[in-house]
Design a protein around this ligand. Structure first.
Ligand code: FE2
Ligand code: FE2
Length: 257
């Protein structure tokens, strides 16, 4: 695949695989091999963050024969065994991004889990009790990880992966009381400095499928429960990254160089 070709992405998050979930992703993943070039997994891949759950997921993913890139979600941290979960998924062929970037088929991917904290003027500030400060620090640390991953991208076509949402638009549909736990505008700031073609995230199971950052970057919420309720016939997001514009030699007109 060259940089001049369209790259087809498939994306889904919040699969919440349990020990008893064998076969649960069969229908979800069915179109992937034929319809996409790269599969993106947007966190909460397991339900309790247990290695046994990751093993079940690894088996489900063995049906996928295209490259896989993902981030972990808060559920993958629940049992404190995220390192083992990450290792199992890595062995299964998923490139897990935790503040890192990777290039596949001429497209750069930057990813991090992200964190909560609220949006816009309601974003929680690090002031007052120590517990509030450490909560906000976690959001700042994840934002910094995300930013350094974005800053390392060298490709012209760029994709960002998160678990938490960087914008309020894609959590709309959830109860407003829980917006602050679904993501934070802090994650949007690096996207304004290091633009990408598209962002995928999960976590907001009852949010909205699509929104844009302040700078106009497309953001898709690909949480599986949301995709199942909106698109029950094909609950996976397919998105085509257009081919890079071919450079033209101005002296001759239409000849690509
Ligand atoms: Fe989830
Ligand atoms: Fe989540």
């Amino acid at each position: 695949m060259t940089e001049q070709q369209t790259v087809r992405l498939a994306a889904v998050g919040d699969t919440h695989i349990r020990k008893t979930s064998q076969g649960a992703l069969k229908a979800v993943l069915a179109p992937v091999n034929g319809a996409a070039d790269i599969l993106l997994l947007c966190g909460d891949l397991t339900d309790y963050g247990l290695p046994e759950e990751a093993q079940v997921l690894a088996k489900e993913l063995s049906a996928v024969d295209i490259p896989m890139v993902g981030v972990l979600g808060n559920h993958d941290y629940e049992s404190g065994q995220q390192t083992e979960v990450c290792r199992i998924l890595t062995d299964a062929g998923v490139k897990i991004l935790d503040g890192e970037s990777v290039e596949i088929a001429g497209v750069g991917f930057a990813g991090a889990k992200g964190f909560a904290g609220g949006f816009g003027r309601a974003t929680l500030g690090g002031w007052g009790e120590r517990a509030i400060k450490s909560f906000v620090q976690e959001a700042l640390d994840e934002t910094l990880k995300f930013e350094s991953a974005l800053a390392r991208l060298r490709t012209r076509r760029r994709v960002a992966l998160l678990h938490y949402s960087p914008i309020a638009a894609t959590v709309q549909g959830e109860p407003p009381e829980i917006y602050p736990w679904l993501g934070t505008s802090r994650l949007e700031e690096p996207l304004n400095r290091y633009p990408v073609d598209v962002v995928f995230h999960g976590h907001a199971h009852s949010g909205s499928p699509e929104g844009r950052t302040q700078s106009g970057v497309l953001v898709f919420n690909v949480a599986l429960p949301l995709l199942k309720s909106r698109y029950p016939e094909r609950p996976i997001k397919l998105y085509e990254l257009a081919a890079e514009p071919q450079q033209m030699d101005a002296s001759i007109g239409q000849v690509p160089v």
